[in-house]
Ligand binder design. Sequence first.
Ligand SMILES: NC(=O)c1ccc[n+]([C@@H]2O[C@H](COP(=O)([O-])OP(=O)(O)OC[C@H]3O[C@@H](n4cnc5c(N)ncnc54)[C@H](O)[C@@H]3O)[C@@H](O)[C@H]2O)c1
Length: 476
Amino acid sequence: MKTNRRDFIKTATLAGTGIITGTTTSCVGEKTNKPQLKIPHEISAKKHKQSFNMSGYAAPKLDVVRIGYIGIGGRGLGSVKRMRLIDGVEIRALCDILEDRVQLGQNALIEMGMPAAKTYSGSEEIWKEMCQDPELDLIYIATPRHYHPEMCVFSMENDKHAVTEIPAILNIEDAWRLVETSEKTKKHCSMLENCTYDFWELMALNMSRQGFFGEVIHVDAGYIHDQRELNVNKAKGWRIEEFINRNGNVYPTHGLGPACQLLNINRGDRLDYLVSTSSNDFTMGPKIAELAKNDDYYKKYVDKWHLGNMNTSTIRTKKGKTIMLQYNVSNPRPYDRIQQVVGTNAISKKYPFPSRIALGDEWLNEEETAAIVERYTPKLITLVGEMAKKVGGHGGMDFLMEWRLIDCLRNGLPLDMDVYDAAAWSAVVPLSEWSVANFSSPVSFPDFTSGSYKTNAPVDIEMLNGGGNTKIKNIR
Ligand SMILES: NC(=O)c1ccc[n+]([C@@H]2O[C@H](COP(=O)([O-])OP(=O)(O)OC[C@H]3O[C@@H](n4cnc5c(N)ncnc54)[C@H](O)[C@@H]3O)[C@@H](O)[C@H]2O)c1
């Protein structure tokens, strides 16, 4: 038995007795905002028998993709406005608890001269009615995170492909539920990780596939975003509710997704284990106390904020590669996803701007970097990049992601992110929380692919083979 594994089991046993954490545990699989501080070893190491391999799975072609949306808030409405520009998309249904949010979505269709969608609003469970509509092919989930697993599972069980905002799950049992349901129903369950379509990240992936870096041995990644106001925004009250009880990396996939694609995770390699450390919180607690002086809404949150300002997790893969993943959304800092790719021959670093590339101990100059960017920009960006920038959505990556999703579904191509990615990337939330609560002890990732990662094919970086024919409507 390797030392790290022996230590993990010992620590897990001590934690299970409460000797280490002294914490109570949340119920696994429950729809809850409480963290899963006990990672039951039997779930982490679950012997799942893969009933069907969803990696590389091509669902039957859909000439027209009929979409139903759940959640027409910031993300959902933005997506409706982008999707209405893609040929072969019919937005057939819109659902939000709030009627006025549904109306905003409806207006976005009407102003483009499109048929009105069926609407669903007024109750917390009305989305289930929409998901049962046989006239839909795809459910687009843009609700607060604790709904994601339940909405994905129900959609797939009702014969729909499911795409979900990030993260896909908050506990390991739900990750397995997604995997089992996707395999059983042969329906896609894909996370909407837009950062895997960022232009620089896509280019770095292309560079790695073409051997520019040599062997990629390490990736630094993160999500550093000053969201001190957003974290406590009353109109998005789910954020404070979902973050306040947790401590770990609670939003890992913006940095981790591109890192995993670079390292062929679930397709040749897989995430093995992580260790995670959080600083204390030095900003959000005081901020909430200050707000509560003049606003009763915040009173119940005073002295309750647990999420440390700075979380750093280190992940090792089965093939001995490493990822350093950071999370910090509560300090005054410029936006940064780091995205540093370290290879045996070269490195690239997206942030801070200007993005850099080096072949030795000095960065290449602007001209040399531009030549590399031109050479390694993938076809997907050449084809859709300019339009994506015009449409917008995080500089174009949101539109690129959605166009690619539709193009794959219409051409019967595998999706770039499958259910194993949704499960493994999001699993960092509960695993990092567990590690933080247990003296940064190592914790194993489940193998959601049940061993098939050894032979699964890497993501198609050109991303156009067999596709690329989906047209985009003129922007008015
Ligand atoms: N990929 C990204 O770049 C990115 C950016 C921001 C947020 N997100 C993720 O997107 C999701 C949504 O974030 P947002 O900023 O759009 O939030 P939001 O609060 O603006 O929108 C959420 C919407 O869901 C609706 N809703 C809540 N419960 C519902 C239910 N039971 N049935 C139907 N509708 C329901 C709300 O009324 C609201 O309109 C979150 O999971 C978040 O983590 C992703």
